[in-house]
Design a protein around this ligand. Structure first.
Ligand SMILES: [Zn+2]
Ligand SMILES: [Zn+2]
Length: 404
């Protein structure tokens, strides 16, 4: 049975379909009419922005990183906030959302992936929502037993529709009413905001599986894209996320835009979140090196290198990556040890340990530079003009410089 057969047997979900089609129409036609008739004030802008930020954070930090992946723990008030304002994203209850999302990770790029990108960008973006999920709740929720045990999650599932009405439409109208502009509140804080939240979330299922880099894993279609990150509160680093889904971060480095990570860190600093899960740096490095080696192996298959020559090169690459990982491990260990024990040491001992850390750092940097030089030399093979002579020269370069 293929994916098309699956959908042919699934009836259209008319409520979802009507909502997905009508909300943008109401936001567009109603919004243009309202602006022409009453103008657009800072009250509408603030209503739109506040509701957009609040509901988006509840989807990314709440529905996604907390409920679906359990990447940290948070207090009951924060959980309640996620459930109430998360419902206003109108992307279903946490139970349904997390169940679909866990299936997405488990069966990514296969017919059992609810938003399988191999069925096309539009299907992954929103097409899948047009069909009804006809499975009974017992079957559907068999992958969210932890959430089923949570009374607050069950409460949200039960009262999902009243919550949607109250927080998606009534609340922004009341905020608008407070400034004498209730209809503006409903159109911008309600309708336009929900359309924006929908499509920025949907981008993760479509664009983040189509465009961008794959530095951590070549096993699936998930991709990292820096330009998608600001639009999605940091969820654009999707290749990292698929490889290390338990990590509370999606943008790993401090300079990568990940507003959700910053929000979770702010919660931690104020005592509202704890037990933030971080992937050890050594595993991240290992994943990156494995991807680089895998890429080279693919290129080697297309190059003129003989099997024997390629085996020799691979042995060098394995030795190089092992050395780099060992140097990284030693540096990380020295740093951790220094942080853990520096307060107990005398000035002399501290100075000595300072030197040890510097030495480990220098060794790691040297190993990294060698690895990068090797990658540069090897990457020359990827050019279409690479002939057997160039291939050989590139390999010779590596041996000549005795990189490893
Ligand atoms: Zn994905
Ligand atoms: Zn995820």
């Amino acid at each position: 049975m293929n994916a098309t057969d699956l959908d042919e047997r699934r009836p259209i979900d008319w409520i979802n379909s009507a909502f997905l089609v009508l909300t943008p129409l109401i936001a567009l036609i109603g919004g243009v009419w309202y602006v022409a008739r009453f103008g657009f004030t800072r009250y509408e802008a603030l209503n739109l922005l506040a509701m957009f930020v609040l509901t988006s954070v509840c989807v990314t930090a709440g529905y996604h990183r907390y409920f679906s992946h359990r990447s940290y723990e948070c207090s009951t008030p924060v959980k309640l906030f996620y459930l109430v304002f998360g419902a206003a994203a109108v992307e279903n209850s946490v139970l349904c959302w997390a169940s679909d999302h866990r299936r997405h990770h488990r069966f990514v790029d296969t017919p059992e992936d609810p938003y399988n990108i191999l069925r096309g960008g539009l299907y992954a973006h929103m097409g899948w929502i047009f069909y009804k999920d006809t499975r009974d709740e017992k079957t559907r929720f068999d992958n969210v037993p932890d959430l089923l045990k949570d009374p607050l999650v069950r409460w949200q599932h039960r009262w999902y529709v009243p919550l949607v009405v109250a927080v998606t439409f009534v609340l922004p109208t009341l905020i608008g009413l407070a400034f004498g502009r209730p209809l503006g509140g409903l159109l911008f804080g309600g309708f336009l905001r929900v359309v924006l939240v929908h499509h920025t979330t949907f981008f993760i299922n479509s664009l983040a599986h189509l465009y961008g880099e794959r530095p951590y894993s070549l096993q699936d279609t998930a991709r990292d894209s820096w330009w998608l990150a600001p639009l999605t509160f940091g969820e654009g680093y999707h290749n990292f996320h698929h490889k290390f889904q338990a990590d509370y971060r999606n943008g790993l480095r401090w300079w990568q835009f990940d507003a959700t990570k910053w929000w979770i860190n702010a919660l931690r600093l104020t005592g509202q979140a704890r037990a933030l899960k971080r992937t050890p740096e050594s595993l991240i490095l290992k994943a990156r090196l494995a991807v680089e080696k895998e890429r080279l192996a693919l290129r080697a298959q297309q190059s003129a290198a003989s099997d024997e020559l390629w085996r020799r090169v691979q042995a060098r690459l394995d030795a190089g990556s092992a050395r780099l990982q060992a140097a990284h491990e030693a540096y990380a260990h020295a740093k951790a040890e220094y942080r853990r024990r520096r307060d107990q040491w005398t000035a002399d001992a501290r100075r000595q340990w300072d030197e040890t850390v510097s030495a480990r750092r220098a060794e790691y940097r040297e190993a990294l530079e060698r690895w990068q030089a090797t990658m540069r030399a090897m990457n020359r093979l990827s050019q279409p003009s690479a002939q057997s002579l160039l291939t050989l020269t590139a390999f010779m370069d590596i041996f000549k410089h005795r990189l490893f």
